[in-house]
Design a protein around this ligand. Structure first.
Ligand SMILES: [Fe+2]
Length: 273
C-alpha cells in the first residue's frame, strides 16, 4: 500500500521572483533558508510522488469554466506559462496517472466531485515553492488545483476534509508508493483590490497559532476573519488540505515573516504525519 510520508506548506507570489533582487538581504536569506529547509525535509522522506495543492491563477481555467477542484491525472503536466517564470528549470513534470486516477475515483465514491484534466499547466503557485526548495530532481507530481482565488470557493471545512480524503486515497492505493503533499499559497496578501499590498501580520500569527489547536477553532477563526484579511489569504485553503491530510495534528512552523517587497506574509510549515 502507498503511504503518506510528509506534508508541507509554503507561500508563493509573483514578486518572490519578479522583485527578488529588491528584497532586503536579511529577509531574502530567511526566505531562502525556509524554502531550502522544506526542500531538505521533502528530500529526506524520499517521496515517489508529490501532490501539489495550489490555486490555478487563470493559467488553465478562466471565468467561463473554473472548477472548485481539479486533479491532474495525466502522464505529463507542463511547467509555468508565465513569461517571468522562464528561468524555472522544468518545462514539464511527470505525473502519476495511477495514483491520481485513484484519488479522483475515491473522491467520487465518497461524494466529492472534482474535475479531472489529462494535462495541466503548473503555474507560479506550484512552481515558485518547487523552485526555491532547490530540489535536485522533482518527484512525480499530481496537481490538485483548488479554487482559492475566485469566489465562490470551496468551504474551509471542505478543504480540510479534502486532506483526509487524500490520505484515505493514498493509503488505499495498492502500489507501495511514498507520497508527500505540498500546499502552496497564503499567508496574508491582497491583490487587485483597494487594500492591494497589505499584509495582515496579526491575522497570520493567529492563524499560525491556531494550527496547533483543534481544527474547529482554526476554521471558525478563518471563516470570521478571511473576508477582511486580504483576498490572497484565501489560499490558506491549500494549507488546510495539508493539515487535513495530517489529521489536524503535528503542525510545525518552519518560519514566518512578512515581506513588504513581495507583498506577502510568507509562511513555511511542515506536519508530522
Ligand atoms: Fe497565489
Amino acid at each position: 500500500m502507498a503511504s503518506l510520508v510528509g506534508a508541507f506548506a509554503a507561500s508563493h507570489g509573483p514578486l518572490i521572483v519578479r522583485e527578488w533582487e529588491r528584497v532586503p538581504t536579511d529577509q531574502k536569506q530567511r526566505m531562502s533558508a525556509a524554502y531550502r529547509e522544506l526542500g531538505r525535509r521533502l528530500t529526506a522522506v524520499r517521496p515517489d510522488v508529490l501532490i501539489v495543492v495550489s490555486p490555478d491563477h487563470w493559467s488553465n481555467f478562466f471565468l467561463d469554466n473554473y472548477p472548485a477542484v481539479c486533479i491532474g491525472i495525466g502522464e505529463t503536466n507542463d511547467g509555468p506559462p508565465e513569461p517571468w517564470m522562464k528561468d524555472f528549470p522544468h518545462r514539464a513534470f511527470a505525473g502519476h496517472p495511477g495514483l491520481a486516477t485513484h484519488i479522483a475515483a475515491t473522491a467520487l465514491q465518497q461524494g466529492y466531485e472534482p474535475s479531472i484534466s489529462y494535462r495541466l499547466k503548473l503555474d507560479h503557485g506550484s512552481c515558485i515553492p518547487l523552485w526555491r526548495m532547490e530540489l535536485e530532481r522533482p518527484p512525480k507530481i499530481v496537481p490538485l488545483l483548488v479554487n482559492s482565488i475566485e469566489p465562490p470557493m470551496p468551504s474551509l471545512a471542505r478543504c480540510y476534509q479534502w486532506g483526509g480524503l487524500l490520505r484515505k486515497a493514498i493509503e488505499s492505493y495498492a502500489e507501495p508508493l511514498r507520497v508527500a503533499i505540498l500546499g502552496t499559497g497564503g499567508l496574508s496578501h491582497s491583490i487587485g483590490e483597494p487594500t492591494m499590498g497589505a499584509i495582515y501580520e496579526e491575522f497570520d500569527r493567529e492563524t499560525i497559532r491556531l494550527f496547533a489547536r483543534p481544527e474547529r477553532e482554526l476554521i471558525e477563526f478563518l471563516d470570521a476573519k478571511l473576508p477582511s484579511s486580504g483576498n490572497g489569504s484565501e489560499e490558506i485553503r491549500n494549507w488546510l488540505v495539508a493539515h487535513g491530510a495530517a489529521g489536524g495534528r503535528g503542525f510545525e512552523l518552519v518560519d514566518y515573516l512578512p515581506v513588504p517587497t513581495v507583498i506577502v506574509g510568507c509562511g513555511f510549515a511542515a506536519w508530522r504525519v
